[in-house]
Design a binder for this molecule. Structure first.
Ligand SMILES: [Zn+2]
Ligand SMILES: [Zn+2]
Length: 460
């Protein structure tokens, strides 16, 4: 849902989130009472970044701003242009003017033709040479087939093993997902898996196009019932929101281009030596890498063209999925679930703090070993910490995402625009509710995964 480029909660927190994790009452040096820019009163809570809602002083503290400063002027200009396009689309969507979707999908699908033709041509030539050729041509044919294997479209695999929930293991969770899918007119979900990300996502994989819903337990565990339904609604809506980026034709062409680009990245040069062989190797490396450089540049541009063509229609589909998520979970819950995604860094801080606590605990077996926190303590701590984040800090995170969110992930519109789009629509009540006994059954089904995911997160 929220953001496919989402960093995992195990990622090191920024200075600002580390501040958010300081214990209650811990003074933070230099926390002013008044804004140094406009003298408006500043919230004195020392646990959070001091900032001014009136003039936005220190909205992005220097430590966080470092990421922006590291980008080149060209990158920043490209991001600004993308931001303007995104804002324009937002205005079009909320005004009901976005009408280029069909044309964009058609153009992108047409551009996918040459990509698939390359694979077909290489495979066909390899087979043809194998059938009609003499021995050297047959060798060439086998080589072409090996290349075709490398170039093959990546369709993804149905996950198995740890984290995958079968229908027999999780009847309540699948039951809820099925009810939401039925309400949205979407096909029932194929596979549900849980992982340690602060995210939720949907993929369609394999030749049989199995839908795979991935629920990141750190996000799931911090949402309430209606918010969970809204998140499930958004993800299941991906089957009916007209998004073709996951489709067999367009999705596999885009993945092929990305994969070919990775394959064609120039390799490290071999260490220089002496003699004719070393000289020839160096010359070979030079020309080889120059060719690869050109090829990877071309593939990257082709990918960008497809990405640009699908970005507008894809983002429009995301707004539509948000609307459908709101229909099943209520507009309020959908907005809250999007705002929760902004707490990812704070969740990472909780994980890091508990991990440090567990690691510094005296080893059990020692007589004086004090009972320390258990890995299962992660979930209550995570819920309590995120619930205690005051509205002013939430507002800072929202405004911060407005300033920097455009560059995060091209597949979804920036979070603040998604929240704003929902706010502009007439609020709707939840079409699907999860009674307490069903919620309790889902909790029980997820219990072993909670323990496993907590162990994974805290073992790092
Ligand atoms: Zn989505
Ligand atoms: Zn101010």
């Amino acid at each position: 849902m929220p953001n496919s480029a989402a960093p995992n909660p195990t990622a090191p927190p920024t200075a600002a989130t580390a501040t958010a994790a300081a214990p209650v009452g811990a003074p933070v040096g230099g926390h002013p009472d008044r804004c140094p820019e406009c003298s408006a009163p500043v919230d004195p809570d020392p646990r959070f970044t001091a900032w001014c809602p009136a003039c936005e002083w220190n909205l992005v503290p220097a430590e966080e701003a470092g990421e922006d400063a590291a980008r080149s002027a060209k990158e920043l200009a490209r991001e600004r242009a993308a931001a303007e396009r995104t804002e324009r689309l937002f205005e079009d969507v909320v005004a009901g003017r976005a009408d280029t979707t069909r044309r964009d999908w058609l153009a992108a699908s047409a551009l996918a033709v040459p990509v698939h033709l390359v694979t077909v041509a290489v495979t066909g030539s390899g087979l043809w040479l194998l059938v009609i050729g003499n021995t050297p041509l047959r060798c060439l044919g086998a080589l072409l087939l090996a290349v075709a294997f490398l170039l093959r479209p990546r369709l993804g695999r149905v996950p198995s093993g740890q984290g995958v929930l079968t229908r027999a293991e999780a009847p309540a969770l699948y039951g809820l997902a099925d009810r939401i899918a039925a309400e949205l007119g979407a096909p029932p979900i194929g596979v549900i898996q849980v992982d340690e990300s602060f995210n939720a996502s949907m993929a369609v994989v394999g030749l049989r196009r199995t839908s795979v819903l991935t629920l990141g337990l750190p996000l799931w565990e911090t949402l309430d019932g209606p918010q969970r339904i809204a998140v499930l609604g958004h993800e299941l809506a991906h089957r009916v929101n007209g998004d073709h980026r996951q489709g067999l034709w367009l999705g596999s062409a885009m993945r092929s281009l990305a994969h070919w680009h990775d394959l064609s990245l120039p390799r490290e040069r071999t260490a220089p030596g002496y003699g004719v062989v070393a000289l020839l190797t160096m010359i070979g490396d030079y020309f080889g890498n120059a060719f690869l450089h050109l090829l990877s540049g071309l593939l990257f541009r082709a990918y960008l063209v497809l990405d640009r063509l699908t970005a507008r229609a894809g983002q429009q589909a995301e707004y539509h999925a948000d609307e459908l998520g709101a229909r099943v979970g209520s507009t309020g819950a959908a907005r809250e679930s999007l705002a929760a995604v902004l707490l990812r860094a704070a969740a990472g801080t909780v994980t890091m703090r508990l991990r440090a606590e567990i690691q510094s605990r005296p080893r059990s077996g020692r007589r004086d070993a004090a009972p320390g926190p258990d890995t299962d303590a992660l979930w209550p701590q995570l819920r309590a910490h995120l619930a205690a984040i005051p509205p002013l800090e939430r507002e800072r995170l929202l405004r911060r995402s407005r300033r920097s969110g455009h560059a995060v992930d091209a597949s979804h519109p920036p979070t603040h625009l998604r929240i704003a789009a929902l706010a502009r629509r007439t609020p709707v009540p939840a079409a699907v509710v999860c009674p307490p006994e069903e919620a309790a059954a889902i909790d029980t089904e997820l219990a072993p995964h909670r323990t496993r995911v907590a162990r994974t997160l805290l073992a790092g």
